[in-house]
Write a protein that binds this ligand. Structure first.
Ligand code: NAX
Length: 329
């Protein structure tokens, strides 16, 4: 059979921690499959340190002799990184510095995502899929999608998969079962401690998780905060933020988006589903299709779930208010 033509995969923040755990797995075929060649188009900021580090990462990728890696572009120019890209993985963003207010973080990152959104809209493949990982990822995604004139905003999504994976393991460990016994567990809302990991519809071994766990208080007061604050707990333990598990979640998220029929949690344009304000990007379950996804919007929520969704919605609305002068430009 003829070899497939390579997919162009743009990755930003390519010299950062998450990318260091991610790029090798993409090149090994774990994201797009063992018969799908890729060209990596790697973007870093125009600063000597990250540019030099990026060259080092590329040297290591070369040293793996990956059969599927058909080329690499190393650049500080967004148009070169996103040119004809089939997938744009936006991992790079500005971290919160000492004493920095959250509003300043949102605005500083907003500027990055306006520029990248504009560049993607101008030069990426018409069918490109944009996956935002850099935090605050929901709002960064909304800002980038706001620049879409040629592309549809629905081509832009953000990652809540790490939260889904974390939640799955927490439930499995509590129930004393293997992780694959846990199903139907999706994340709603923001990738932040306000997210709602919906245990009310989750199943363990095909039975309602709440019934199997049999401890409502644990689900509400331990499970939810443990999942919501897991990122902070990793920083506390490791001294740096999650990279291996984050990269693994990016692989799961993009692989599942590229696999029609898969159901998984993704932050997508809400279109008002589940009471989320229209125009926000919020986690919810989606079913991947050949060209995109269909959001699953008909799950009945009980009052507890609705109250949790209202909290995370309120936070997302607040983030949008903070960056409102950046929207609609
Ligand atoms: P690092 O600080 O190690 O790497 C980020 C890299 O991005 C740096 O090399 C930096 O030079 C680069 N960068 C900054 N601005 C850029 C721009 N305009 N264009 C291109 N590159 C740019 O962070 P890392 O640990 O790799 O984390 C990357 C991002 O993922 C962070 O924003 C982090 O908060 C976010 N995360 C999101 C997760 C999620 O579930 N959505 C989980 C993991 C991760 O913490």
């Amino acid at each position: 059979m003829a070899e497939k033509s390579p997919l162009r995969v743009a990755v930003t923040g390519a010299a950062g921690n998450v990318s260091y755990a991610l790029l090798f797995r993409i090149a090994a075929g774990e994201m797009f499959g063992p018969d799908q060649p890729v060209i990596l188009q790697l973007l870093e900021i125009p600063v000597e340190g990250p540019q030099k580090a990026l060259k080092g990462v590329a040297m290591e990728l070369d040293d793996c002799a990956f059969p599927l890696l058909k080329g690499m572009v190393l650049t500080d120019n967004p148009d070169a990184a996103f040119g004809d890209a089939d997938w744009c993985l936006l991992v790079g963003s500005k971290p919160r510095g000492p004493g920095m207010e959250r509003a300043d973080l949102l605005k500083d990152n907003g500027k990055i995502f306006i520029g990248q959104g504009r560049s993607i809209d101008a030069v990426a493949a018409k069918t490109t899929r944009v996956c935002v990982v850099g935090n605050p990822c929901n709002t960064n995604c909304m800002i980038a999608a706001d620049q879409a004139k040629r592309l549809s905003p629905d081509q832009f999504t953000a990652m809540v998969r790490l939260d889904q994976n974390r939640a799955q393991t927490q439930l499995a460990q509590k129930a004393g079962v293997v992780v694959t016994s846990v199903s139907d567990l999706y994340i709603y809302g923001n990738h932040s401690p306000t997210m709602f990991a919906d245990f009310t519809h989750a199943k363990i071994g095909g039975k309602p998780a709440a019934e199997v766990i049999g401890d409502d208080a644990w689900l509400k007061t331990e499970f939810l905060p443990t999942v919501g604050k897991r990122g902070g707990a990793i920083v506390e333990a490791r001294g740096v933020s999650s990279a291996g598990s984050a990269a693994n979640a990016v692989v799961d998220y993009v692989r599942d988006l590229a696999t029609p029929g898969t159901v998984h949690a993704v932050a997508v344009a809400t279109h008002g589903a589940y009471g989320f304000a229209d125009g926000l990007w919020a986690g919810m379950p989606v079913r991947s299709t050949a060209t995109g996804y269909e959001a699953i919007t008909n799950i009945d929520m009980n009052d507890f779930a609705k109250s949790r969704i209202a909290i995370t919605n309120e936070e997302l609305v607040g983030e949008r208010d903070t960056v409102k002068e950046m929207l609609g430009a």
